[in-house]
Design a protein around this ligand. Structure first.
Ligand SMILES: [Zn+2]
Length: 430
């Protein structure tokens, strides 16, 4: 599929990992500017982090450089909470070393102040629709929705993108040429942070501005009718900034509601310990007897907002703020076994490795003559048969209770040696 060209892996347990993902798309770091886009500082603003996720998955940079942090406040995103440890966007002027967010804040501060970063966008979904005059509780001067937010008109010292007001005005003007509905129009909101806004002095953008980095918040409205509306405006705004900076890109879709809605449904896949594979589309709410290790499981999501949270003895899987399933493990020690996997899918021979999948229309058979290896097709039972290799299996032979998906089309095929789990592949019936 075309999308796989830009596929990246997002590993949760790598050593010395940052508490968030960073995706770098670079062409020439010496001669072209780098835009840093940050999503998810507030965990209950999904437009912000899903926009950053689509940016990292479906945009290809042809000139200039783009860095994306899609999930700055990952633990709060999982819980769809503004900030489980308080408002992270109020911790940038000083932070208590005991604060649970200290590592995240310090790491993103290092990234913001890196020399090559020329402009920073912090993405939010804000309340209501900003209007200079008070109309009602949704449309008023205190609303944040549909604004390009700046802390001051210009940076204190010379910078190619130092005219914040001019840039924000240009971007909001361009956004207003392409609105889904007229009342979604954008405006510049200058918080005059230094003089007028005590709270904003602790924000990420003001930290950047005081380090002579041009920074803007993009606020779509929480009151827009759907997630894809919010993502549409975020992506459109980001594209305006890229254009302004001379960053050239290609995206693999048309920027419209339908296309975005479809892309948001694509949760892609997950591998665990390089021997387990799950397609994450239409996954059942809970999956049992998943052969995990008792510790140090390595979860790799294809989706940048994929994450896992251990909840007592279970593992909750998330894409952004959406809990997509819970894995109930059966623990197995880490095994290093290499078993050549040969299958007959609709009569055709295929070779596979662990943590992959294959498709069949009618039936499949796992070919295996190694007496030390036992094959277990989860959901298949035949009296007196322990090793399910060399048996033809069709969809009607499988108990739908054991499918991993709600459509009852995908099943696990597991390989064991001396009753120890080696790995699995996934079979999909078309
Ligand atoms: Zn926010």
């Amino acid at each position: 599929m075309y999308f796989s060209l830009f596929l990246l892996f997002f590993s949760i347990t790598s050593l010395n990992a940052l508490p968030f993902n960073i995706i770098k798309k670079e062409t020439d770091i010496l001669n072209t500017p780098t835009l840093l886009v940050i999503g998810g500082i507030h965990g209950n603003e999904p437009g912000s982090y899903f926009a950053a996720a689509l940016l990292s998955r479906y945009y290809h940079i042809k000139q200039g450089n783009l860095w994306i942090v899609p999930d700055l406040n990952r633990p709060s995103i999982q819980q769809d909470n503004r900030g489980i440890n308080g408002d992270m966007n109020r911790k940038f002027s000083d932070i208590d070393p005991q604060d649970a967010d200290v590592e995240t804040v310090q790491e993103i501060q290092k990234i913001i102040t890196e020399k090559q970063v020329a402009l920073i966008l912090n993405l939010h979904d804000g309340h209501g629709f900003y209007r200079k005059k008070h109309l009602n509780t949704i449309f008023n001067p205190n609303a944040w929705g549909q604004t390009c937010v700046i802390d001051q008109g210009t940076l204190d010292t010379e910078h190619p993108y130092g005219n914040l007001n001019e840039i924000a005005s240009k971007v909001s003007g361009e956004l207003n040429n392409d609105l889904i509905e007229g009342h979604h129009f954008f405006d510049v909101r200058n918080t005059n942070t230094r003089f007028d806004d005590e709270a904003m002095k602790h924000s990420l953008t003001y930290f950047a501005v005081t380090h002579n980095k041009p920074a803007f918040a993009i606020e779509t409205s929480k009151n827009l009718p759907s997630l894809h509306h919010k993502v549409f405006y975020h992506l459109h705004a980001i594209e305006c900034y890229m254009k302004l900076m001379g960053i050239k890109y290609e995206r693999t879709f048309d920027l419209n509601m339908d296309a975005i809605e479809q892309l948001l449904k694509n949760h892609d896949y997950l591998t665990i310990n390089n021997n387990i594979y799950f397609d994450l589309q239409n996954l059942k709410n809970s999956l049992s007897f998943i052969p995990l290790q008792s510790e140090r499981n390595e979860f790799k999501f294809a989706h940048p907002l994929g994450s896992v949270q251990k909840n007592k003895t279970q593992y909750d899987l998330f894409i952004g703020n959406q809990k997509i399933s819970t894995l109930i493990p059966s623990y197995h020690p880490k095994e290093l076994c290499s078993i050549p996997i040969t299958i007959l899918a609709d009569g055709k021979t295929q070779k596979l490795s662990f943590a992959t999948d294959f498709f069949v229309t009618a039936d499949f058979k796992i070919i295996n003559n190694d007496l030390n290896t036992r094959v277990n097709v989860i959901g298949f039972t035949k009296k007196g048969v322990k090793d399910e290799a060399n048996i033809l299996v069709g969809l009607s032979d499988l108990d739908s209770k054991y499918s991993i998906d709600t459509a009852h089309k995908s099943y696990r095929v597991e390989f064991y040696q001396k009753n120890r789990f080696c790995g699995m592949v996934l079979v999909h019936f078309k």
